[in-house]
Write a protein that binds this ligand. Structure first.
Ligand code: FAD
Length: 406
């Protein structure tokens, strides 16, 4: 391996994993990770779950303890932004004006929250959820009796709702589309999660778009297009993210819903990689290109980039998977469903132990398993091998998914 200095932009899970994998696989050169947050690489999933609930401390969020980095000669430049990439000179410019030379560069800049743009959107009391600092701003305000408006009924919004209702808040979830989790699951799953939240006391409002935030010096109410006004002490907005591609784009790298890379996380520049939420990669198993926002993808691409830098290329190709924890429900998802897929339910919805299996042209393409860990594990293989199960057998939860492959 000839590279001497690898610079990684972004100290999130993808960037952290790339650094860890370089060392684990014997990279002997310099590894420098530049991150604009104040924290060593940490896991974001607990932000809307245990960390928000106050049940996990900072140490539990870290990918590796603080000692790991000096012990492994990984140089962390935290609270530092990379403002530009010069591919001809092979260096990056830092916010303090310093230039850092690289032999190989890994862009792991992740995503930033999509902001509300309606009138009043910048009033104090309107919050977002992407980082530890975000959560620390409002976690203590989620107290019994507080009125919380959650804008956006995606995973993050629903996870926040589950935490906040447990803490005694009055919670409303405002979703513009006709159902929660609209983008990612079948109507059957949306209905199930809507019922679960309503039973817990969450006020779920669908087909309801926010038109304005009102208040004198701070948020007091959220106004909606159907004339409703939701009184709120605070609002947490979860309406998606935008990939951070600007510095890559300015450096002339091809970007199309993420920095375009191949199966080794390599861009068209043989010395520049892009990984995690900011990258758009081909998926041989599913066919086509994807930009995924998930931990397994961040870790998988981080490893792939490191191995390629080390001259031990292993293509990153995995059935996408993701999870969400709400109440006592562990939702684990494999594959990617689309509107129009046939949905087969197996297990028991009332007992909160079931899976929604998705067939496209008869082929098993995705599974959403609720408290059904075995289905989750076994579905990955089935999706990868593109089997066409008998729908009657698929609906029978006494038959293990793996036995449908025969
Ligand atoms: C609340 C929440 C809950 C989630 N729950 C789940 C879950 O249950 N399961 C799951 O699979 N996924 C979950 N995700 C998604 C998952 O956390 C992300 O897919 C993953 O963190 C992506 O990692 P990343 O390193 O690509 O990007 P990020 O985590 O966004 O890290 C990128 C880092 O780079 C920094 N950066 C950006 N530009 C620059 C620059 N120019 N200079 C220096 N630094 C820069 C950013 O500030 C950030 O720190 C969740 C995400 C959130 C926010």
């Amino acid at each position: 391996m000839s590279a001497q200095t690898v610079v990684i932009i972004g100290a999130g899970e993808a960037g952290g994993q790339a650094a860890i994998s370089l060392r684990q696989n014997g990279f002997a050169g310099r590894v420098i990770v530049v991150g604009d947050e104040a924290y060593i690489p940490y896991e974001r999933p607990p932000l809307s779950k245990a960390f928000l609930a106050g049940e996990a401390d900072l140490e539990r969020m870290y990918m590796r303890g603080p000692d790991f980095y000096p012990q492994n000669h990984i140089e962390l430049r935290l609270r530092t932004t990379v403002s530009g990439i010069d591919r001809a000179a092979k260096n990056v410019t830092l916010s303090n004006g310093e230039a850092l030379a690289y032999d190989k560069l890994v862009v792991a800049t992740g995503g930033r929250v999509r902001k509300l743009t309606c009138p009043g959107a910048t009033l104090p009391g309107v919050y977002y959820l992407r980082s530890i600092d975000d959560v620390l701003e409002y976690r203590d305000k989620l107290v019994a009796g507080a009125n919380l408006a959650i804008i956006g009924g995606g995973y993050i919004g629903l996870e926040v709702a589950a935490v906040a209702i447990k803490r005694g808040c009055h919670v409303s979830v405002i979703e513009a589309l006709p159902r929660v989790l609209n983008r990612v699951v079948a109507p059957e799953m949306s209905d199930f999660y809507t019922d679960v939240h309503r039973q817990a006391g969450v006020n779920i409002l669908t087909s309801t778009a926010v038109t304005a935030i009102e208040g004198h010096s701070k948020l007091e109410r959220v106004l909606c297009n159907n004339g409703r006004a939701i009184e709120a002490d605070l609002a947490i907005v979860g309406i998606g993210i935008l990939p951070n591609v600007e510095i890559a784009k300015s450096a002339g790298l091809i970007c199309d819903n993420g920095v375009v890379v191949n199966e080794f996380a390599l861009t068209a520049d043989p010395d520049v990689y892009a990984i995690g939420d900011c990258s758009n990669h081909p998926n041989g198993l599913l066919g086509g290109r994807l930009r995924l926002e998930s931990v397994p993808n961040a870790l998988g691409q981080g490893k792939a980039a490191a191995l390629h830098i080390l001259g031990k290329p292993e293509p990153y190709s995995e059935v996408p998977w993701f999870w969400s924890d709400q109440y006592d429900l562990k939702l684990q998802m494999t594959g990617l469903s689309e509107p129009g897929d046939t949905v087969v339910i197996r297990g028991s919805v009332p007992e909160r132990k079931f899976s929604a299996c998705y067939l496209r042209g008869g082929v098993f393409v995705a599974c959403n398993a609720v408290n059904m860990a075995k289905d989750f594990l076994q579905s990955k293989k089935l999706i990868a091998s593109k089997i066409k199960p008998d729908p009657m057998k698929l609906a029978d939860a006494t038959i293990a998914l793996k036995d449908l492959a025969a």
